[in-house]
Design a protein around this ligand. Sequence first.
Ligand code: AHG
Ligand code: MN
Ligand code: MN
Ligand code: MN
Length: 323
Amino acid sequence: MQTLAENLTSQAISPSLEKLILTLADTSIEISHAVRHGALAGILGATEQENVQGETQKKLDIITNDMLKDALKADGTVRGIASEEEDYVVDADANGEFLVCFDPLDGSSNIDINSLVGTIFSVLPAPAGEFSEKSFLQAGRNQVAAGYVLYGPSTMLALTTGKGVQLFTLNPETNEYLLTDPAMSISKDTAEFAINMSNQRFWEAPMQTYINDLLLGTIGPREKAFNMRWIAAMVGDVHRVLCRGGLFTYPTDNKNPNKPFKLRLMYEANPMSFLVEQAGGKASTGYETIMDIEPSEIHQRVAVILGSANEVDACLEYHQVDY
Ligand code: AHG
Ligand code: MN
Ligand code: MN
Ligand code: MN
């Protein structure tokens, strides 16, 4: 089986991008070991601190954030870093070619129940000139690489550098990622969806109607029985979509009028959209293609509807109706 390093060489990407991806992968192996030690390492549970997102930080949110930040700062290829867990962007290496955005631990509410978590990352080119938060405000379309690592029953890395999506599985004996799927592909059609149904009363009219029609099954306008799944870790839900198709959404809601969206554009929506598009799927907010959004701030949030192309299109049709 091909190793990650061999696969990257065969992709003919720049040596600096190759180096950066290997650093991200090596750090994810360290995170994987930390996650697996769980309670034995005293790393479960929450801290007293809140992040810029208004969430109480878990100990592992901070530990994994620091592991990635330290590794990227030392890599020499990284101009700057932005993280879900950092208030401000981090100035790394003046000669670095890349900007890296990451969600060090996605699904952190799952940590204390020994359930699925992962790491999501996005790599952008560093623009010439002075470094600031503005350097990061580029559309997802500019990404040169994106991926996630899933710390599940096995540790897996899904990666794109714009040449399809490759899936690697960690060999825990040798600490090497091995290529186990050279071309992940999302089926066009699906009968599976993922949404946090407890927010139903807070959604906009198009999403209310769309989900109602899915729930009606064979007696509804879709004339098809749909199944539902919700892992509460985007990384797990998107992985399922990449493996067997599906529609994943965290839609607009009015539960908290100051926070109509949950998922973060730079750390979650953009990297996942890049992977999904590269696997033949689609990713939209309902009104706009996610990767075409011109960001206005680093921590901005967006509605996310992604997955099997025909099902995303079906959902988008509901958004074109005037309610
Ligand atoms: P994070 O743990 O990085 O803050 O992200 C959690 C996100 C996402 O992974 C998941 O899909 C969603 O929050 C779950 O939200 P609910 O708790 O509302 O189900
Ligand atoms: Mn969080
Ligand atoms: Mn997350
Ligand atoms: Mn997180």
